[in-house]
Write a protein that binds this ligand. Structure first.
Ligand SMILES: Cc1ncc(C[n+]2csc(CCOP(=O)(O)OP(=O)(O)O)c2C)c(N)n1
Ligand SMILES: [Mg+2]
Length: 331
């Protein structure tokens, strides 16, 4: 049986979807390794992308790398890998080594940032990245630049004032912002039904005068398609778009959380049947883009990158203790 090549209809080549698969798998395997390192007492904290890779990689492929701006959130490993961060960068951050490009090991993992990738660093209070994204878009509009700003956040974070203020301002000024909500059904232990009284996060766009779209976050091709459309709308001066990608957080909130206290194992096992990586591998095989040998080769390449990154980061030197006071007080 051959499946229609939905990716071609979306404007993606066979090579591009293979690359998407590679990035999704790389994100997953870095994440899995970091959990092992955490449990072995080698890295202090992990905050996962597991279950969200399709949405992150699909979105990243629809943006222009090195040109558009990203104001991501802590789970966006798949997104930042496509924009240029490497497995080594991520491991350096996990081990809090000074070579970490995000912050020299000074921030928690997941605080992605780097001028060379147009990734704006974030802070720990959730949703603060949203008004920042809106501000960058306003600056771009005033300077007549042709970039869009992409900002992502969880569905729980869409209840914060920062989201509503940012969305309102961007709507009024028709700014080229893509508000990308990764609805993974939980905000730590709080399930979706206790977070929102409305049907969907996407509906919130109506209140701010722009388009809201709900998309299957386990399908990178669909996510690519809607983010590409949102980008084009932004560039045409038609203002922002709110995209709600629906998925499931496959692991606990963080390495410090025990999700057995608030959700059943049956629920998690059920969600694993829709694991975006398994579904995408299946799609690529059914439409003849990837065979067993290619799948194996991608898995080996990823494994090798993760191994090398782990070894490098573990052996990298720590910062000198006296450097802890740098950038804290005026010199
Ligand atoms: C302003 C603020 N309140 C609370 C927290 C603690 N906190 C960190 S992550 C999180 C849950 C966020 O849930 P959601 O937005 O759905 O994102 P997810 O972690 O599910 O991807 C909370 C409450 C915080 N960091 N900042
Ligand atoms: Mg959530």
């Amino acid at each position: 049986m051959t499946t229609t090549k939905r990716h071609e209809e979306a404007g993606l080549t066979d090579q591009q979807v293979l690359d998407m698969y590679y990035y999704m798998l790389l994100a997953r395997k870095i994440d899995e390794r970091q959990w092992l390192l955490n449990r072995a007492g080698k890295v202090p904290f992990v905050i996962s992308c597991q279950g969200q890779e399709a949405a992150q990689v699909g979105a990243a492929f629809a943006l222009q790398k090195g040109h558009d701006y990203l104001c991501p959130y802590y789970r966006d490993l798949g997104l930042v890998l496509v924009f240029g961060q490497t497995a080594r960068d991520c491991m350096l951050s996990a081990f809090a080594k000074p070579e970490d490009p995000n912050s020299g090991g000074r921030q928690m993992p997941g605080h992605f940032g780097g001028r060379k990738w147009n990734i704006l660093t974030g802070s720990s209070p959730v949703t603060t990245q949203v008004p920042h994204a809106v501000g960058i878009a306003l600056a771009g509009k005033m300077q007549k630049k042709d970039f869009v700003v992409y900002t992502s956040f969880g569905e729980g974070s869409s209840n914060q004032g920062d989201f509503h203020e940012g969305a309102n301002f961007a709507g009024v000024h028709k700014l080229p912002v893509i508000f990308f909500c990764e609805n993974n059904k939980y905000a730590i232990s709080v399930p979706l039904k206790k977070q929102l009284a409305c049907e969907s996060v996407a509906d919130r766009a109506i209140g701010y005068g722009f388009k809201g779209v709900r998309v299957d976050g386990n399908d990178p091709i669909e996510v690519y398609r809607v983010v590409k459309e949102a980008r084009e709308r932004g560039l045409r001066g038609e203002g922002p778009t709110l995209i709600e990608a629906v998925m499931y957080r496959l692991v606990p909130h963080s390495s410090d959380d025990d999700d057995r206290t608030y959700r059943t194992r049956e629920e998690v096992e059920e969600a694993k049947k829709k694991d975006p990586i398994l579904l995408f591998a299946q799609y690529l095989k059914e439409c003849g883009v990837m065979d067993e040998a290619q799948e194996q080769a991608i898995a080996e390449r990823v494994q090798q990158e993760v191994d090398e990154a782990t070894e490098y980061a573990e052996n990298a030197p720590y910062a000198a203790p006296e450097s802890a006071l740098l950038h804290v007080y005026g010199e």
